[in-house]
Design a protein around this ligand. Structure first.
Ligand code: FAD
Length: 397
């Protein structure tokens, strides 16, 4: 007699049903599958367990007394890199898509979980298991919205695949690691990106409408290391808006509550992380967490220009000043915002110090948000590393 896995008796939620994490749900997709059976343990917003899952994944949790590990998680290497021949239309230079394509072409994996967009809407996420390079390329560029990447998990078991690459952001990867053993895979590779301030599709519309001169033609945007949001439009033109000119008062409620309570900005549980914020302007930032991550990066080394990571400036004062400014929803007039952008770009934090600036600003804001809105969750939900980071600053009540 064959035994049935306990999760197979569970049933995915209907898309309209209220999620177990309620308003804190980040729509990672787990509850769209029978793996909902494990949600109470696996959900990043019901049961924060980064430390334990770091040990499971990397064989140790981060060393809190080492500043780079405190901020960027367990790692064996960090570099700045860019593709010698960038992929047209990728978010940055396409390192993520290139690694995924190499892994498929060399037979390391049979499929890649990634997220394309729907035909009707370039920002509406559509998770897939890609089995060809073309399908991976069709998933390039950020869908800057909550995305149910894990909704395809049931298909994996049905397909009989045993070697898989999953591309995803922190909340998706935390849930994935929690159910990893149940997937019946021979080998799972995880390629992560950092993630912060994500929004629902409706929230994205509000952001575009309050920030861009032409919201409907935006094909791509990024909050970059020069303290500006860079928009790219359909006609190839670009637009920049200084961070300090954002309409904070209007944007305060745009970010998803899950993202306002998230402390896994750097995707602690991926094998390899590819972002930008620890690298000089125009470069990508790569964090190799373990041997599996190194194996993945080695596949594309000959296609990359690289340089060591650097760090310059001092973020602390700027972070401390930003805390009450954000809290009160202060918005500068555009001329002052532009001026401030120019000054801070010249003298402000760069490289790893810019990454720490961004982590500090978001963690202090999120800590206050949890304290005010979910005080009962504060002790268990905020990881120890985040408590230490936040502890460096004076916070309003
Ligand atoms: P590409 O080759 O263009 O591939 C992008 C990959 O991302 C695709 O494979 C796709 O499947 C996946 N993807 C797209 N949207 C989503 C999504 N919503 N959820 C899960 N996977 C997705 N980096 C930083 O350093 N700092 C940040 O603050 C930061 N914020 C981010 C916020 C979001 C919502 C996302 C999705 C990414 C963020 N990143 C951030 C990562 C960065 O923007 C790039 O994605 C990364 O550097 C890879 O660039 P690339 O050109 O190599 O990717």
């Amino acid at each position: 007699m064959t035994s049935v896995s306990p999760h197979k008796k569970a049933k995915a939620l209907k898309s309209t049903s209220r999620r177990p994490a309620k308003e804190l749900c980040s729509e990672c997709g787990l509850c769209d599958t029978y793996y909902i059976h494990y949600v109470k343990e696996a959900c990043a917003f019901i049961n924060q367990q980064i430390g334990g899952l770091e040990e499971q994944t990397h064989k140790r949790s981060r060393d809190l007394d080492n500043e780079n590990e405190l901020y960027f998680g367990v790692h064996q290497d960090m570099i700045a890199a860019r593709k010698q021949q960038p992929i047209e239309g990728a978010q940055w230079t396409g390192i993520v898509s290139t690694i995924a394509i190499e892994m498929l072409n060399r037979g390391l994996v049979e499929g890649v979980v990634c997220v394309q967009n729907t035909k009707e809407d370039r920002f509406q996420p559509m998770p897939v298991i890609a089995r060809t390079p073309e399908e991976i390329l069709a998933a390039r560029v950020n869908k800057p919205t909550l995305s149910p990447n894990l909704s395809v998990l049931e298909q994996i078991e049905k397909s009989g695949m045993t070697r898989l690459l999953v591309i995803g952001v922190g909340c998706q990867i935390q849930a994935l690691r929690a159910v990893e053993k149940e997937l019946g895979l021979e080998k799972l590779y995880v390629l992560g990106t950092p993630c912060v301030d994500n929004v629902t599709r409706a929230g994205l519309q509000t952001f575009l409408e309050t920030t861009s001169r032409s919201p409907d033609t935006v094909v791509h945007y990024e909050f970059m290391q020069d303290f500006r949001v860079h928009f790219k439009h359909e006609d190839g033109s670009s637009e920049t808006v200084p961070f300090f000119g954002l309409k904070t008062n209007k944007l305060k409620d745009v970010f998803a509550p899950s993202c306002m309570t998230c402390f896994d900005y750097v995707n602690s549980l991926a094998d390899l992380v590819v972002g930008y914020m620890g690298a000089p302007f125009g470069w990508q930032w790569i964090v190799v967490r373990n041997d599996t991550g190194k194996e993945m990066l080695d596949l594309v080394q000959d296609q990359l220009d690289t340089q060591p990571v650097m760090s310059q400036g001092n973020r602390k004062e700027a972070v401390q000043q930003s805390i009450p400014a954000y809290d009160k929803g202060v918005t500068l007039p555009m001329w002052a915002a532009k001026l401030m952008g120019v000054v801070i770009e010249k003298i402000g934090p760069k490289g790893l110090e810019y990454a720490r600036f961004s982590i500090d600003s978001h963690f202090t804001r999120n800590y206050l948000y949890v304290k005010r809105n979910y005080p009962e969750k504060l002790a268990a939900h905020v990881p120890e590393f985040a408590k230490r980071i936040v502890g460096q600053y004076k916070l309003p009540e």
